[in-house]
Structure formats: C-alpha cells, structure tokens
Design a protein around this ligand. Structure first.
Ligand code: SF4
Length: 95
C-alpha cells in the first residue's frame, strides 16, 4: 500500500493492483492535470518526492483516482475530509 498526503487530501494506492496494469494512466493524468508528483517506478506509482514535496507541490486535482478508476485497475482511493460537512447537513435538515 502506498499512501501520501497533499495539503488537505490523502492518496491511498493499493499497489498490488499495479504490476499488471496495462496503462499506468495515473502518472499520465498526474503529469497532465497536476504537477507530475506521481511517477512510475519499477512498475508501480510512487511520489516523485518526500512528504514535504507532495504537500507543497500537489494541487489536489484528483485526476489520478478518476483515470485509474476508468482506465487503470481501480487501485486509487483519495480521502477528502470536509470538517464542516456534518454541521452543514444539520443546518440544512439533511441528517
Ligand atoms: S493506473 Fe491505477 S492500477 Fe494502473 S499503475 Fe496507476 S494506480 Fe496502479
């Protein structure tokens, strides 16, 4: 399992699904829509820098998850915490 954080999100990759991936599209999407913080190394995606690098450089675009879901092996899950969501739902009668 590969995990790294950007400013507010956490990217979790089940890399056991990556070795037989035919597209490695996560890195292509990252290069196209983010700043290329995800690269392929030894057949698996990996951050191109340390924890400080991914927090500083990542744009939180979510493209890697989207593309992996549709053209990869559905290996990426991104957690996007929304601290005020419970309060918002309560306020608008959505609970
Ligand atoms: S596209 Fe998905 S399955 Fe393919 S290498 Fe990237 S994370 Fe792994």
């Amino acid at each position: 399992m590969i995990e790294f954080e950007e400013r507010t999100i956490k990217v979790i990759i089940d890399d056991s699904k990556c070795l037989d991936c035919k597209t490695h599209v996560c890195a292509e999407a990252c290069k196209t829509y983010d700043r290329g913080i995800l690269v392929i190394k030894d057949g698996k995606p990996t951050p191109a820098g340390d924890a400080e690098f991914t927090k500083r450089v990542g744009t939180e675009c979510l493209a890697c998850e989207y593309e992996c879901w549709f053209r990869g092996n559905k290996a990426i899950k991104i957690e996007v915490p929304i601290p005020e969501l419970d309060e918002y739902r309560r306020k608008h009668g959505l609970t």
